[in-house]
Ligand binder design. Sequence first.
Ligand code: HMG
Ligand code: MG
Length: 294
Amino acid sequence: MTVNIFEVGARDGLQNEPHVSTQDKVTLINELAQAGVRRIEAASFVSPKWVPQMADSATVMDQIERNPSVQYSALTPNLKGLEAALAADVDEIAIFGSASEAFSQKNINCSIEESIARFKPVIELAKQHNLPVRGYVSCVLGCPYEGEIAVSEVVRVTELLHTMGCYEVSLGDTIGVGTPKKALQMLQAVSQSVSIDKLALHFHDTYGQALANIQACLETGVSVFDSSVSGLGGCPYAKGASGNLATEDLVYMLHGMGLDTGINIEKLSQAGNKICKALGKSNASKVAQAILTH
Ligand code: HMG
Ligand code: MG
């Protein structure tokens, strides 16, 4: 059985890093593709006033070697972002909403209902350009401002994004507070309304639960997982959130379970190590550390 890794390191991972050169981003994205990663979130066309770290997204898209078997994706919060994404010739875009009112306000400066209204023309224009649209729902297992989030709200927002035309909706544990049983119950509830093959899991690893959460959720048949090489990252509007689950750790576990990802774990680990060195950070992936020291 094949599972799908959606690599978010170059976006979710680097959107929080104050000093990273465009060249280092380009090298990372190229090396991820060479390691066999087939879905790469490479850019984020958000306001540079909000996230200055992503202001070079157009240059990054222009400078990477475009591997024809890779889907290069970008975040687009509004029409302005979509126009920039179209000019940069991305392969798909992502809109990002939230199951938490407070997080929606802090992250995209509008309510959940306003965000849905704002996403509609983005999806319509993207469809006119045959651009697939992915959706994110943040705070599915907790919010940095509101705490507990009702599962019914996660179901409602996911259903809305799906009905509006997102071909896949990624469920984000933005601050990594989820635990396996809760994660499974949330996914089971959402999959009553949106079929499991249209859902992805996006777990940050702040409390070290992400791998356990994914393992618990596998029984539902979910097969798309967002992760970040060497566990890079966090969200500028979710203080304390660490990076996503490290892709190396996820790939190692999935391969050990007989699930194919198409990814070469040695090459992946080297790509992660290179960007960590450029950032002056230690590699948060235990698997990468083990592979690179043996
Ligand atoms: P706003 O201030 O309400 O928007 O921000 P605005 O329309 O009033 O525009 C303000 C200024 O930004 C204007 O410039 C616009 O032109 C400009 P000025 O006239 O003042 O010179 N602007 C833009 N510039 C470039 N590209 C654009 C764009 N839009 C406006 N697309 C807005 C609203 C949504 C734009 C803002 O809040 C924003 O950019 N937020 C993004 C925050 C963000 O990137 N967060 C991290 C990503 S989400 C995440 O990490 C979670 C996820 O990983 C899942 C999970 O873990 O849960 C996906
Ligand atoms: Mg995230």
